[in-house]
Design a protein around this ligand. Sequence first.
Ligand code: MG
Length: 358
Amino acid sequence: MLIVEDETPIRDGLVSLFSGQGFDVTSAASGPEALDALGRDTFDIVVLDLMIPPPTGLEVLAELRKKDDRTPVLVLTALGSEDDVVRGLEAGADDYITKPIEFPELKARLKSMLRIKRLQEELEERERQLLEANERLRYMSQTDGLTGLDNRRHLEQQLDAMFAHARRLNEPLSCVMCDLDRFKTVNDTYGHQAGDAVLKQFARILKNEAREKVDRVGRYGGEEFMLLLPGTVLDAAVTFAERVRKEVESRTFTFDGGTIKRTASFGVAGWPHPRISNCDELVRAADDALYVAKETGRNRAIRFDSDAFNAHIAEHGSEQVGQGDESRRSEPADRERPLGGDGGIADSGDAGGGELRA
Ligand SMILES: [Mg+2]
């Protein structure tokens, strides 16, 4: 605590009283000494005589409050100087007592001021913890726990914003859906921990290939990932997907107890496009292109509405395309099947030999 008092006997009395109570006491006998002490240290509480050699107590208080409105200040005023009391409180004092000082009263008032200060600090600490918890929750609600990428919900929010932005500025926006080929066999053969390790490494490749702070990369579900490439025309997005495809192909994935080679398939769509008028259709187009990539041999990037895409649709019909996720998801051998139902489908009957190139 800081005690500012010019009358030596009172100052000494206060210092010895509060030192005796366990306070770490600094004392000042004038305005300059008080300002000096306040500039050097921070105090839990200040007892400030208003009548001191200038700068006066009021001026010291005004100076303190310019940079610190938290330190509790109790002012000492002369008996009968109500004006001083008002001016002191207006200048930012928290409480006052009049001289001659009644020590029990002074002690009681300081105790109450310290209690308020402590409560305030506890409140602030709790507020800080709440903000932190909120920030953690926000992160968790937007992030895929395994890969640290955006989760599907957050991706879709980003897509909404990006699509609106693209349309407003008439800028291109591309969407790449990609999926690790025959991923299910990794889990089936080496276990889910190996599968998780492969997914994490795949996610890392996508993240590295994407433009930092421009593209959004997220896990759409299972082994399926989505990238949003703002300001990117369809041709450039296909080039990008092809680059990532080669990178995945060249990579050896490692997991506890082994290594494995894996490929990935890509479906690419871009806006503006005559058949795409909203973000759902953009995602659907990329997803349909991914489906065709899977159906036509995997380890390739297929562009929505390209010759290869349209040829496949012409030959096999479009019934599997454009009917939502569920109709398509059960088709390819290496995609997750819906739980239950379809009891008769063999897990890996069509996954054949040779796809594990470990
Ligand atoms: Mg005085």
